[in-house]
Ligand binder design. Structure first.
Ligand SMILES: NC(=O)c1ccc[n+]([C@@H]2O[C@H](COP(=O)([O-])OP(=O)(O)OC[C@H]3O[C@@H](n4cnc5c(N)ncnc54)[C@H](OP(=O)(O)O)[C@@H]3O)[C@@H](O)[C@H]2O)c1
Length: 261
């Protein structure tokens, strides 16, 4: 099985921490040259410095806010002018929690831009290079809510559904060029995002965070949270030559939590 990413260039969004960083770590270990994107430059600098360089991989980063469309369009042109991108990981911070009946129009618009429009801008920019290289892997980090909407995540549920439909449509159109488009649906995964969701629930219910975590874990057949590295392992496989015929899928990595077949 060919799992080598030597000589491949990977652009990983939202990769200064959490799931995005864990994916960058794994792709680097498999030989890819990684370009990290997020807003906080200090965190990006530290993240890049920790990636594997044992086979002379070249890693870099750019500080960018995905809500700044003009800056994003300009940045991606600079990136593809330097080298084709073989692997694109679309990932960003999750929309804020809350019931959908309380969601404001602005929250939907912001999340739509930050997730879907960002992914679309980046995909359109990198796909010509992928076609020329005969190799493209587009991996979207979404959520299990594309299968079963999650309570108290109204805006997120809505945007994830849009992302999943966008991705499936893209996969139909790009497969003939050797480009695959797949979604990973993380379950409860130990990151900053999960910590802030736990804290918000604990505050709302006046419960200690440990009790909230215990209750959440009870809903997972594996009876524990996932680690970012466990999400990254699946993303990394999708990025490899071995995964060439996996296309248009949405893969839950959730310890069995999603209650659908
Ligand atoms: N963790 C879970 O349990 C879980 C479960 C299901 C789905 N997910 C989803 O998976 C994705 C990643 O989750 P995570 O837990 O790894 O989140 P995280 O720890 O909050 O990391 C988010 C990353 O995205 C970057 N980012 C956030 N907003 C950005 C923006 N406007 N522009 C550019 N970069 C931005 C952050 O860096 P900066 O702050 O420096 O920009 C950070 O690197 C999210 O969409 C999340 O909702 C997570």
């Amino acid at each position: 099985m060919n799992l080598s990413l030597e000589g491949k260039s990977a652009l990983i969004c939202g990769s200064s921490q959490g799931i995005g960083y864990a994916i960058a770590e794994e792709l680097a270990l498999m030989g890819a040259n990684c370009i990290l994107l997020a807003r906080n430059e200090e965190n990006l600098k530290i993240a890049v410095s920790q990636l594997d360089i044992s086979i002379r991989q070249m890693h870099s980063y750019h500080a960018i806010d995905f809500n700044d469309e003009a800056a994003l369009k300009s940045l991606i042109q600079t990136i593809i002018a330097a080298s084709p991108v073989h692997i694109l990981v679309n990932n960003s911070g999750g929309p804020s929690a809350g019931p959908i009946v309380e969601a404001t129009e602005d929250q939907f618009v912001k999340a739509f831009h930050q997730h879907l429009i960002t992914s679309h801008i980046l995909t359109k920019a990198v796909m010509e290079g992928m076609k020329n290289e005969g190799y493209g892997r587009i991996i979207n980090i979404i959520s299990t809510s594309v299968k079963i909407p999650l309570n108290n995540l109204g805006v997120s549920n809505t945007i994830r559904g849009a992302m999943a439909s966008w991705a499936k449509t893209m996969s139909n159109e790009l497969a003939q060029f050797g480009i695959t488009v797949n979604n990973i649906l993380p379950g409860l995964t130990r990151t900053q995002r999960l910590n802030s969701l736990v804290a918000a629930i604990a505050k709302k219910k006046s419960l200690p965070a440990e009790v909230v975590e215990k209750n959440m874990m009870a809903e997972v057949p594996a009876k524990r949270f996932g680690e970012a590295a466990e999400i990254a392992a699946v993303a990394a496989f999708l990025a490899t030559p071995a995964a060439a015929y996996v296309n248009g899928t949405s893969i839950p990595v959730d310890g069995g939590r999603t209650g659908s077949i």
